[in-house]
Design a protein around this ligand. Sequence first.
Ligand SMILES: N[C@@H](CCC(=O)N[C@@H](CS)C(=O)NCC(=O)O)C(=O)O
Length: 211
Amino acid sequence: MKFYYGSGSPFAWYVWLVLEHKNLNYELNLRSLQNGELKKPEYLAINPHGKVPTLIDGDLTLWEATAIVEYLEERYPQNSLLPKDIAERAIARRLVAEGYSYLYPALRRLMELTLLRTEGDGELAEILTTLNCIGSELTYFENILNSDYFAGNISIADFAIYPLLALFRRFHQRRPQLGPSERIWPKLNRLMQRIEQLPYFTKTYPPHWKG
Ligand SMILES: N[C@@H](CCC(=O)N[C@@H](CS)C(=O)NCC(=O)O)C(=O)O
């Protein structure tokens, strides 16, 4: 398998954690999110949207993180990341959708207003509104996290949501004046620690976040 990812991309990180959890062999291909290489014909030939992640497995070239993870789960059922119970599986999938439909767009906006800019942050009022919106989403996830993981055992929900939480923590590390996050969402913080203790976690850490 060939796995194309970008450093710090939450969608790619999700797939990467799943590949590792399932103990699969893959070739890692790092692509820059900034220098335009994702929009070159060579890359567009494998992913018409010019985005990461992309997975190539034999004759199949697949993009869209959730589709890739569903494929991996069906094709390589070992170390399953979906609960056995049908209702619980639905809830795990719902959590992934909620993370990507509500939390991610707000995080993306926050990044556009701050870390992705080359010359100074955007309007403070808009940053604070966006932080508020992220805060509501995190409180929602905090309130429904009632065991070690979101859906009982470790599942797709934890691996989809963890990179979003890590992105938010990184924002606070880079902009400490805008307030810490750990105190406010203690259960989410413990979930992060659990994921970070997984034996393969360090391997998946975004290269440009190291050091
Ligand atoms: N819906 C896609 C989203 C992928 C996505 O937005 N990837 C971003 C990185 S987080 C990307 O490749 N951005 C580069 C670009 O748009 O040029 C998925 O689930 O895979």
